[in-house]
Design a protein around this ligand. Sequence first.
Ligand SMILES: Cc1cc2nc3c(=O)[nH]c(=O)nc-3n(C[C@H](O)[C@H](O)[C@H](O)COP(=O)(O)O)c2cc1C
Length: 338
Amino acid sequence: MVDLTTEYLGLKLKSPLVVSSTPLSQSIATIRRMEDCGAAAVVLSSLFEEQLILESGALDKDLTRGTESFAESLDYLPKFEDYGQGHEAYLEHLRKAKAAVSIPILASLNGATAGGWVRFAKELEQAGADALELNTYSLATDPLISGADVEKGLVKLVCQVKASVGIPVAVKLSPFYTSVANLASQLDAVGADGLVLFNRFYQPDFDIENLDVVPSLHFSTSEELLLRLHWVAILFSHVKADLAITGGIHTAEDVLKTMMAGSQVAMLASALHVQGIDHLASLREQVVRWMTEHEYESIRQMRGSLSRRSVPDTSPFERGNYIKTLSSYTMEKPTTLQ
Ligand SMILES: Cc1cc2nc3c(=O)[nH]c(=O)nc-3n(C[C@H](O)[C@H](O)[C@H](O)COP(=O)(O)O)c2cc1C
């Protein structure tokens, strides 16, 4: 009998299969279905900083902060009505989700700057969230703000959230930091309980007929997993925080790779949008079959087995991989490069 159990943010989970933050969890019936199909935990879709500031009536004050990105994101506020719900409705949904299923429910706060809005984290805890995922999506477009300043702001935000709740806090990060390993250590030092790698960036597309720049959302493919595997494999055993992968997990093989890199959980969004919630059950079955065939007894046994710490040759994680990949291509296929 294969043991699929894992621990994430101090929560004991029946398997590593976790539903990433997505609007699919806005229906209680769907959350029940997720549990029935084998989800070990569900992260709810996000409450946004901009939404909370507006609701709290502190808009004028916060606008004077002069954060360009904040003012700019207000243009999108009407879309919140379509996307989600007000914070009271969110709390009510969280309570209902907790009552409906026995798996852990994680609330998600989505913001980029420290400020008064962070107090809503406490309300999420009081409404029963088992843990909090803090999505720190932001784009550093101001040439006057250095990378160090961006990181300082992020660390300050995490400190604020950690100080306002007693439940574990995971931080969902972007891959676009100068030194991901250094930032991970900084977040570790201020007590982040988990690091979720990585946010996907939704670049707007160009509509050349109407001369417009339009939002575009494409679901991921397994190719996007490689970046996450790489960084979790590098960070494994170098940070105290639990590691989680979101982005590009579609198949049972993807789930297994995620574990071998050193992640505690495999978070899925696109795969469930594309294949349906039942896909969770099929993934679980295939993971168990593969582990049985390969004589693995538990997830614990395979975790980190392909991390940088565990493999004898660490060059694939370094510049060596880059050189090898390019040079092997030119040697094998010289004619295609003419
Ligand atoms: C339609 C949709 C809505 C999403 N909404 C949120 C959100 O509210 N908060 C959040 O942190 N992530 C959100 N995400 C990102 C996912 O949680 C996930 O991190 C990302 O899609 C990568 O995983 P995937 O490759 O399995 O899709 C959303 C993704 C999709 C597809």
